[in-house]
Ligand binder design. Structure first.
Ligand SMILES: NC(=O)C1=CN([C@@H]2O[C@H](COP(=O)(O)OP(=O)(O)OC[C@H]3O[C@@H](n4cnc5c(N)ncnc54)[C@H](O)[C@@H]3O)[C@@H](O)[C@H]2O)C=CC1
Length: 293
């Protein structure tokens, strides 16, 4: 067996699982306790044990609501921990790929966000992720930071799985219909990350690779539209379609306020890396087919 050349931090999360599934022997995933962003002193030893050509950080504090009350832990998971990992990568000359979020924006632009648009996070999660972006780039200038959004997959915890489960148990579902974004399959994001790594291998590091890139599923949706599509696909497998009602954000209060419109423009990803993400509907259909098998 060839030595894995891509070290992924995070083992059980959606993106880490997709990277392992897609990357096979090229990828080794390491999670807690061996690699713990809350205990950054663990990270150097993991990098030295694997001597990778690339490091991907697929780990994060992703509990958006809990981040409001657990700000210190969220900061370690999203800011200081990833910054330390970037520092270890820089010290060894290893390009670093990190993942951030649409929640660095306040959602008030009214059009898809560009990488050059000013950020203004409105949640503790978004703030810690935004601080993480800046700290990672400072620690390792050879970093590619991918801002993604609304991630779902056949594994782990996510909105699509929650809706399929809720739809199987309830005759009627109420889903927020006034937040707009780009549903993203973690498999599609993993494919983009592996594509970026191939490109860097092919061309060597280029200055244009450094910095922030938006990487979300093509097309846009509300949570209501996403739920309806997933449940219609499940209906083809014999699950009863519940009656669906679109509700307002104000009817579904959460501790952390979600941006109303956090659509991202992915054209820089295509321009620089030649990577285009599939339409979210196709990928949701694939995920539902996997789950209903
Ligand atoms: N899930 C979503 O909807 C979105 C996710 N993102 C970002 O995408 C990336 C991947 O997210 P997912 O795979 O969906 O998240 P996930 O919640 O499925 O997985 C997170 C992973 O991080 C690991 N982790 C948490 N704390 C850790 C620590 N202290 N040390 C080591 N590992 C730790 C968990 O064990 C898990 O494996 C993250 O950077 C996240 O912020 C961005 C936008 C939306």
């Amino acid at each position: 067996m060839t030595k894995p050349s891509i070290l992924v931090i995070g083992r059980t999360g959606q993106l880490a699982t997709s990277l392992k599934e897609l990357g096979g022997d090229r990828v080794v995933t390491v999670g807690r306790p061996e690699a713990d962003l809350q205990a950054p002193e663990t990270l150097a030893a993991v990098v030295d044990a694997h001597k990778p050509d690339f490091i991907v950080n697929a780990a994060a504090w992703t509990a958006v609501d809990l981040a409001e009350t657990e700000q210190e832990a969220a900061k370690k998971g999203n800011h200081t921990g990833p910054a330390r990992l970037a520092e270890e990568a820089a010290r060894r000359g290893i390009p670093f790929i990190h993942v951030s979020t649409d929640y660095v924006f306040d959602g008030k632009k009214g059009a898809p966000y560009l990488e050059s648009d000013p950020i203004n996070p409105v949640t503790a999660y978004g703030r810690t992720k935004a601080e993480g972006e800046a700290a990672v780039l400072k620690a390792q200038p050879q970093s590619v930071i991918l801002r993604t959004a609304w991630v779902y997959s056949a594994h782990g915890k996510n909105f699509v799985k929650t809706m399929l489960n809720a739809g199987a148990k309830n005759p009627r579902l109420r889903v927020v219909g006034d937040q707009r974004g780009n549903p993203t399959s973690s498999d599609d994001l993993a494919a983009v990350i592996l594509g970026i790594i191939d490109k860097i291998k092919e061309t060597g590091w280029q200055d244009s690779y450094a910095g922030i890139f938006h990487a979300t599923g093509s097309g846009e949706a509300t949570w209501y539209e996403l739920a309806c599509h997933a449940l219609k696909e499940a209906e083809k497998h014999g699950q009863t379609m519940p009656e669906m009602e679109a509700i307002k954000t104000s009817d579904w209060p959460t501790p952390a306020a979600r941006p109303a419109d956090s659509r991202l423009d992915n054209s820089k990803l295509e321009r620089v890396f030649g990577q285009k993400m599939p339409d979210w509907r196709e990928s949701v259909t694939r995920t539902v087919n996997t789950l209903m098998k």
